[in-house]
Ligand binder design. Structure first.
Ligand code: HEC
Length: 178
């Protein structure tokens, strides 16, 4: 008689990889859709753009403040060099995810400022009940959270910055940066 356990484990592994791949594909598709929407219907003087967290022209002191706040509050999970936790795409046994990188190897840059600031403020449980990403709205001021995001963005290249700026410009209503 065959023991079905290894087969089940194997199948679960494939399912998990499939789910992760699906999530990655969906965020890419959503970002692409938002980009398209932005091209059609949004104008440069839209208020969302005013609220976006920009890197170009940001005083070095703001980036340095963001770096210090990052080191104090985020580096323990996301890594001293924004590198994330090992094997970060593979869910942990408790169903939560390891902390992803924030540099170009992660997918932080696939999300608009509004969504990123909301995750930082409210924590990951707004998307996933088992999330270990804490919410910082009672710990950091809005300015602090923006400074941390600016520091994170300072690690991205022009391509990621351009893509992410377009996703941000496509965020509307409750999605937009607060
Ligand atoms: C206790 C560990 C931990 C700490 C500390 C932590 N995070 Fe996270 N963070 C996570 C995990 C785990 C995720 C993965 C998504 C989830 O589980 O919600 C995450 C996800 C994120 C995301 C979403 C990234 C994406 O690509 O979707 C952002 C943005 C983020 N964290 C920013 C921060 C910032 C900024 C700080 C510091 C102010 C911080 N995190 C501190 C664990 C942590």
């Amino acid at each position: 008689m065959d023991n079905p356990a290894p087969t089940r484990r194997h199948t679960n592994g494939i399912a998990v990889v499939g789910v992760v791949a699906l999530v990655v594909a969906m965020s890419a598709a959503m970002a692409a859709a938002m980009r398209g929407q932005q091209g059609r219907s949004r104008s440069a003087d839209d208020a969302v753009t005013d609220n976006a967290v920009s890197v170009a022209g940001t005083p070095a002191a703001v980036v340095a403040r963001g770096a210090a706040l990052y080191a104090a509050h985020c580096a323990s999970c996301h890594g001293a060099n924004l590198e994330g936790q090992p094997d970060w795409k593979r869910p942990l046994p408790d169903g939560s995810l390891p902390a992803p990188p924030h540099d170009v190897s992660g997918h932080t840059w696939h999300h608009g400022d509004g969504e990123l600031l909301r995750i930082i403020a409210k924590g990951g449980t707004i998307y996933m009940p088992e999330s270990k990403m804490p919410g910082y709205e009672r710990v950091l001021s809005d300015d602090d959270m923006r400074a941390v995001l600016t520091f994170i963005k300072s690690s991205w290249g022009p391509e990621q910055l351009d893509w992410q700026a377009q996703v941000t410009a496509g965020e509307v209503g409750p999605q937009a940066a607060p």
